[in-house]
Write a protein that binds this ligand. Structure first.
Ligand code: GLN
Ligand code: ZN
Length: 763
């Protein structure tokens, strides 16, 4: 008999109950016991839901107060000195202090900054980076996992604790001191895993899921060897162990992963279908093989026919050793589709959120165990019908989009003149000084702006009143920029709540949910838009706003757009066509906007690609393919203009060394990047590569309210000028200013302009 299990369930709650409780607790509106009660209720409810859906082995340990990596740091006692209590006790407040930092005012021990946060593999979930010291000690310091196991057992659930494996945990952390390799900590960490497994076994646990997603990465040899060492040692421990890999294929680690002395292996067949059926030949005959066939990263219903044919094949070889699962934890999907009361019925019938995915897993398992079961037969029929409908639906497939795609010509992805020639025309036309100053687009989003937008959305004010309010904001932002002497102006983006959603709402082929929240970090959730059909632009999206802004100034007003790769990466994509094709469709839609902006007299257009680097596949062998289509999509959206129109792009949080040639191939006339926190170090990649186009290295960090002094900015600019010829340098902040308040924005930009003027004088 095959078995249905789940790797993890979203913790946030179908109504974001956890978010709300956390925020009330942080504001002091509820006490810890009230918060604990919400957590307990959510866990209970989530186990219940999964069990009712037909999941036989329920995950425990997927709940976290902020982040599951952080929970592990607490469990292992990996607590930075700045967050340690004098009496060495660890509390929920320790956890929140590590996650959010402690300000001076409410802590006698002085202020302690939060741990660094970074993306969990290639998802939009962020984890808190463990901090390791050379003589790091590991001690069991936090009993949450054991308590939750007891809790689940008392409630009568059949459970499987989930922990992050020792190698992945170390891989995710950061050495906070020089001269040591975190891998050297493994020997010290392993005894804790021993203790944990023994404790779980005492609690009556049979199986433990140990997540080792780094088995899907290109691993250095020493890490591969460490895997063998670690699991040879852990082999002695009492519980059965299922190693879970996800987000990528195990590829050349297949030998390693399948031969580890554990009792089972989970593989992601959604991301890496090519692992099947070869994995069947590699898995030793004593091991369980868990097949992740239901996509844990997307919101589409599974294709039952396809899944069942894989599972049937596996069943023949594995029998009882076959487990059925989502590809990865369902943390990355919204909770429950039934809450969506305003979705079009047909579109809704194509979707599945976490709750529905659990049902799919159970049904697919039944499809193996009792293929004649009525529910199975019906589900299979329904699924086949849906796949059929989708294949031909005119709501998905748009002939004119496809016609356009089929007729893209080489010159469509190329500006007419080479950069060296175009830039002369642009300089002549724009007449900018050396070290031209600009900003990245958004200005502070005040509460007045937010309420105007929500009043308009809710119908409390009409289009005319809304437009007036926005125009007033734009006027103010332009007056300010002129007053302080910025060179290339922006309209401030007051009408945008989000750089992807704003465009997605105006494009055909996108769909929105009301409750499709997914945890991004801590209490923060995002509600990604869904690409369901061919993308096209029914009408201009930004032209009115930008033209209005341009009419208020003689200086150049930058048109502001979001690029195709970012639009795609921050949405739930289609599964029936490739990412490449979806990016091309988005590019064509944005290209139309670029061309319209130019035709309306806009001379500088910025196309943001904030997510360009994060789209890189986890495995290097796939980089080239990705970079080729991503660059091509950018070129397609930006090449429809005259040579004297200046195209900017912007990227943040980027490391450029390994993608610099792709960045150059994008051929934007100007790129603005985040560099201030790295003291211009990032810029060196551009120097080494001899990057030919213009660059605006961010001269101050917009993530902090701190106002940089003129001297500081001048010294950064001097550094930049040593790396890049000054004719090619721009002066700008690291990123958009929407999260900042006005006073610091004003002060910082005044200093920035002053610094640019000083640099000009020096020349
Ligand atoms: N133009 C956007 C802004 O200024 C860019 C945001 C981003 O790069 N994340 O807000
Ligand atoms: Zn940015």
């Amino acid at each position: 008999m095959a078995l249905a299990h789940n790797l993890g369930f979203p913790r946030i709650g179908h109504d974001r109950e956890l978010k709300k409780a956390l925020e009330s607790y942080w504001q002091g509106n509820i006490d810890e016991s009230a918060l604990q009660a919400v957590g307990k209720e959510l866990r209970h409810k989530h186990w219940q839901i999964q069990q009712e859906a037909g999941i036989e082995l329920l995950p425990v340990g997927d709940f976290a107060w902020y982040d599951h990596v952080l929970t592990h740091s607490l469990m292992f006692g990996v607590i930075p000195t700045r967050h340690q209590n004098k009496d060495k006790t660890v509390s929920l407040d320790t956890l929140f202090a590590m996650a959010r930092g402690v300000a001076k005012s409410n802590c006698q021990c002085g202020s302690s900054h939060a741990q660094e946060m970074t993306k969990w593999f290639d998802t939009n979930y962020h984890y808190l980076v463990p901090e390791f010291t050379k003589d790091q000690v590991f001690t069991l310091s936090w009993n949450q996992l054991f308590d939750e196991v007891t809790e689940a057992k008392q409630l009568g659930f059949n459970i499987k604790p989930v922990i992050i494996g020792p190698l992945t945990y170390l891989w995710l952390g950061k050495e906070k001191e020089a001269d040591f390799n975190k891998l050297a900590l493994l020997e010290r960490l392993l005894p804790l895993y021993g203790e944990i497994l023994q404790q779980l076994s005492k609690q009556g646990v049979e199986w433990v899921q140990i997540d080792e997603p780094i088995l899907g990465l290109d691993l250095p040899q020493e890490w591969k060897s460490a895997f063998e060492r670690a699991y040879n040692i852990l082999q002695r421990e009492p519980t059965k162990k299922l190693i879970a890999t996800y987000f990528s294929g195990i590829g050349d680690n297949i030998g390693l992963a399948s031969s580890l002395p554990v009792d089972g292996l989970h593989v992601d067949l959604v991301r890496a279908p090519e692992q099947f059926p070869s994995i069947l030949d590699r898995i030793p005959s004593y091991k369980v093989l868990s097949l992740g066939v239901v996509n844990g990263r997307n919101i589409w219903k599974a294709d039952f026919e396809k899944c069942l044919s894989i599972l049937q094949q596996a069943d023949k070889r594995l029998g009882d050793r076959l487990w059925v699962a989502p590809s990865c934890s369902l943390l990355h999907t919204p909770v429950d589709l039934t809450r969506e009361d305003q979705l079009d019925e047909e579109l809704k019938s194509w979707l599945a959120f976490a709750v529905q995915k659990c049902k799919e897993i159970a049904l697919l398992t039944k499809g193996i165990n009792q293929p004649k079961d009525n529910a199975v037969v019906l589900a299979l029929q329904e699924s086949t019908q849906i796949q059929k409908n989708k294949a031909t639906s005119t709501r998905i497939h748009n002939q004119s989009v496809q016609h356009r795609l089929a007729h893209i010509k080489p010159q469509d992805v190329r500006r007419t003149l080479a950069f060296a020639e175009r830039i002369k025309l642009q300089h002549e036309k724009l007449k900018l000084p050396l070290f031209p100053t600009t900003t990245i687009g958004s200005f502070p989003q005040t509460s007045a702006i937010r309420s105007a937008r929500s009043d308009f959305k809710a119908g409390r004010i009409d289009q005319k009143a809304y437009q007036q309010l926005m125009h007033q904001e734009i006027n103010d932002v332009i007056d300010f920029q002129e007053r302080i002497g910025l060179d290339v102006l922006v309209h401030g983006e007051p009408e945008r709540n989000d750089m992807v959603e704003y465009f997605a709402e105006q494009l055909e082929g996108y769909l929105f949910t009301r409750f499709g929240w997914v945890q991004s970090y801590g209490s923060r959730c995002v509600k990604p838009a869904i690409i369901y059909g061919d993308i096209w632009r029914p009408k201009a999206m930004t032209v009115d706003w930008i033209c209005y802004a341009q009419s208020k100034t003689k200086k150049a007003m930058k048109g502001m757009l979001t690029g195709p790769v970012t639009m795609l990466m921050w949405s739930f994509p289609r599964e029936d066509i490739s990412s490449e094709l979806q990016a091309k469709q988005l590019a064509l839609a944005i290209r139309d906007e670029v061309v319209d902006l130019e035709a309306s007299g806009i001379t500088v257009i910025q196309i943001d690609e904030a997510a360009f680097r994060e789209g890189l596949p986890l495995r290097r062998e796939r980089w080239k393919h990705y970079l080729d289509w991503a660059v091509n999509a950018f070129r397609l959206c930006s090449s429809g203009v005259r040579d004297d129109t200046q195209i900017h792009t912007h990227m943040c949080y980027s490391e450029f060394n390994d993608v610099i040639s792709a960045i150059a191939a994008m051929d934007a006339d100007v790129i603005t990047i985040e560099t201030s926190r790295s003291q211009m170090e990032l810029l060196d990649a551009f120097r080494v590569f001899n990057y030919p186009n213009e660059i605006g290295p961010g001269v101050y960090d917009i993530h902090s309210p701190r106002v940089p002094s003129v001297d500081e900015i001048v010294s950064l600019l001097k550094k930049a000028a040593e790396l890049i010829p000054i004719e090619r340098l721009w002066v700008n902040p690291d990123c958009g200013l929407k999260t900042r308040a006005w006073p610091e924005t004003e002060a910082a930009l005044v200093n920035m302009v002053t610094a640019a003027k000083e640099m000009r004088k020096k020349k």
